[in-house]
Design a protein around this ligand. Structure first.
Ligand code: SAH
Ligand code: SF4
Length: 376
């Protein structure tokens, strides 16, 4: 939380980003600092509508109050390290956090708009066996300012191109388990959804979880109309526990109880993500199990079949063949399951979840080793 303007922070790098305040928090902060509510509204407008890059550009705010803002907040906490654009228009960004750690963000051009995939943690403790992010233990949570800043830098990239393009959709599907960083993710969602700011519609935002059942219940009670996706990837406990160890803490019975609670409470549809792993979870019998498992929530559920992105460290897996995907899909369709085979984006760049980051870290390590060798 922001400090009082009277106390100077010991380490200026530790100041929170201005993006870490929701609009209500910014109003409270401005009131606490002797300002009227409209002053906070003006600042919010500069941040999210005019999208300035520094406090000094806020020309209708007095110099004195800008000094107080600067004393208490940093602006954008992220530095852009690398931008890769692929032939299909996907853009991948590597950002550096104030403590030097690296995160990645992806912009995807979809037929319905521009969608951004954000990172919520550095590394991930859930440790799914097929995931590049799970290889790196969680080093820390991102705070909500750092999550919001990813959207702001992507939007700046678009603003700089001058075509008037806007980020219209957000998927919380980058590195990290969003429900293991729950409060920051909720504040981030409220910030980008705010009508007076970026105004990204709740129905255009999707949060994906590996299945923390108690958090799914909490999310149901938030009263935000954001879409929920659940990474299922297996239709029975034995198989799911073997590829996702989270299933040992939250087995399918607990997970589906929470999902049913979510559906009853919100009346919203849940999407199941299912990575197609060749000869692991892609038998027609698995498709039948999946159809049976989701039967009680047939009308309010949807299945996305996802192509596996090879991760060199996980060479036990390969992508399902087209024939196996088609056969799996047919069984689901015959059972009346709403499902789609998801398209890939940016396959010519380091597109899979976590790959740009891990490849850049590998390159950085190799460079450092080469440098050290030179000095020997
Ligand atoms: N932790 C959350 C959100 C981030 S992962 C979750 O697990 O849902 C986002 C999605 O990418 C998840 O569905 C995840 O299972 C999927 N994913 C992870 N590794 C993948 C890979 N190698 N290929 C394809 N999808 C992958
Ligand atoms: Fe974490 Fe999601 Fe990767 Fe699993 S799939 S390790 S929960 S980021």
């Amino acid at each position: 939380m922001p400090r009082s303007s009277k106390t100077k922070p010991e380490n200026p790098e530790m100041k929170p980003s201005i993006y870490s305040l929701t609009r209500d928090q910014l109003i409270d902060w401005a009131l606490e600092h002797g300002q009227k509510k409209f002053r906070a509204t003006q600042i919010w407008d500069w941040l999210y509508k005019k999208r300035v890059q520094s406090f000094d550009e806020m020309t209708n705010i007095s110099k004195d109050f800008i000094a107080i803002l600067k004393e208490n907040f940093d602006f954008n906490p992220l530095k852009q390290r690398i931008v890769q654009e692929s032939a299909d228009g996907t853009v991948k960004y590597l950002f550096e956090l104030p403590d030097g750690m690296l995160i990645e963000t992806v912009l995807m051009r979809q037929h319905y708009g521009l969608s951004v995939c954000v990172t919520t943690q550095v590394g991930c403790n859930i440790g799914c066996t097929f995931c590049a992010s799970g290889l790196i233990k969680k080093q820390r949570d991102l705070n909500n300012g750092e999550i919001t800043a990813q959207i702001m830098l992507v939007q700046k990239y678009l603003d700089d191109q001058g075509k008037g393009e806007r980020v219209s959709h957000v998927v919380v599907m980058g590195i990290g388990e969003p429900f293991d960083n729950y409060d920051n993710v909720i504040r981030f969602l409220r910030t980008i959804n705010d009508d007076n700011g970026l105004a990204i519609g709740a129905r255009h935002i999707t949060v994906s979880t590996s299945g923390l059942a108690h958090k799914i219940r909490e999310f149901a009670n938030e009263g935000i109309q954001v879409n929920l996706a659940v990474s299922l990837h297996a239709p029975n406990n034995e198989l799911r526990s073997s590829i996702m160890r989270i299933n040992r803490s939250f087995p399918l019975e607990k997970l589906f109880d929470a999902i049913e609670y979510y559906i009853q409470t919100t009346n919203r549809r849940v999407t199941f993500e299912y990575i197609m792993l060749n000869e692991v979870n892609d038998n027609p019998e698995n498709a039948q199990e999946l159809a049976d498992l989701t039967k009680p929530i047939r009308k309010l559920s949807y299945v996305n079949l996802i192509p596996y992105n090879a991760v060199s460290e996980h060479d036990q897996y390969s992508r399902s063949t087209k024939e196996r995907v088609d056969a799996f899909y047919d069984v689901l369709k015959k059972n009346g399951v709403n499902c789609v085979v998801r398209q890939e984006h940016g396959t010519d760049i380091d597109a899979a979840c976590g790959q740009l980051r891990s490849n850049t870290m590998k390159r950085d390590r190799q460079k450092a080793m080469a440098k050290a060798a030179k000095h020997d």
